[in-house]
Design a protein around this ligand. Structure first.
Ligand code: AP5
Ligand code: ZN
Length: 217
């Protein structure tokens, strides 16, 4: 089963993707994570995209489609793929459809994570991530355990993202409404859209997504 998690920055796409990976053995393909990896390893592409990402703008379609193509051609995913933060433009959506077809695969559902804009600022500015395993925390809704150790891996270093400030978030949100939100209509017309109320607690949202995926299986 291949699914897309679609939603604005801070909707909880990464958080839910990690739950699905653990529970269903699916493979998470996050273009945001891939781009951050490229920049921290100092590749030419990483250097080129760093400023764009920090401003909160979208990286070119060519770069992200290239990253996804490479993964789809090489990664083994018997449980299917979770596309997290991809596609983000209509061109990316068309490209994904073509790539999956080439691989003899299809898209099963697009989970649209609906959140009020006001909640996003609070979620993003309070976020931190375990530097060792990538587990996502939130100062308010999912605090780092009191002993200062990651609940998943015991790591003690936590990072905040360079684009997790109010100014970049405004640009990211604008990019979402201008370039990504049209995908809601695109996938509705394909009969794949499954809206989820992502304002609930993390476990409540996970339960709603489980229900949708179980209904498809
Ligand atoms: P990317 O890394 O994809 O960031 P994003 O879309 O802005 O999404 P986030 O990772 O910020 O949020 P999320 O929805 O995963 O939320 P999370 O689970 O962490 O992209 C970064 C940049 O890379 C882009 O701006 C762009 O420059 C570039 N890029 C990436 N993909 C691209 C593409 N395809 N094309 C072009 N450019 C691309 O949760 C957020 C916080 O809320 C956490 O603290 C979490 O603990 C908390 N939380 C989660 N769920 C809940 C809940 N239900 N209740 C309360 N708190 C919650
Ligand atoms: Zn960890």
């Amino acid at each position: 089963m291949n699914i897309i998690l679609l939603g604005p920055p801070g909707a909880g796409k990464g958080t839910q993707a990690r739950i699905l990976v653990e529970e269903r053995g699916m493979v998470q393909l996050s273009t945001g994570d891939m781009l951050r990896e490229a920049r921290s390893s100092g590749t030419e592409m990483g250097k080129r995209v760093a400023e764009v990402m920090d401003r909160g703008e979208l990286v070119t379609d060519e770069i992200v489609i290239g990253l996804i193509r490479e993964k789809l051609e090489t990664a083994e995913a018997p449980g299917g793929f979770i596309f997290d933060g991809f596609p983000r433009t209509l061109a990316q959506a068309d490209a994904l459809g073509a790539l999956l077809e080439e691989e003899g695969q299809k898209l099963d559902a697009v989970i649209e994570m609906q959140v009020d804009d006001e909640a996003l600022v609070q979620r993003i500015t309070a976020r931190s991530t375990c530097a060792t395993c990538g587990e996502v925390y939130n100062d308010i809704t999912k605090p780092i355990p009191a002993d200062g150790k990651c609940a998943k891996c015991g790591g003690t270093e936590f990072a905040r993202r360079a684009d997790d400030n109010e100014e970049s978030l405004r640009t990211r949100l604008f990019a979402y409404y201008k370039q990504t939100a049209p995908l809601i209509g695109y996938y509705y017309c394909k009969g794949l859209l499954r809206p989820v109320n992502a304002m609930g607690e993390i476990e409540e949202v996970a339960t709603e997504i489980r229900g949708i995926l179980d209904g498809l299986a």
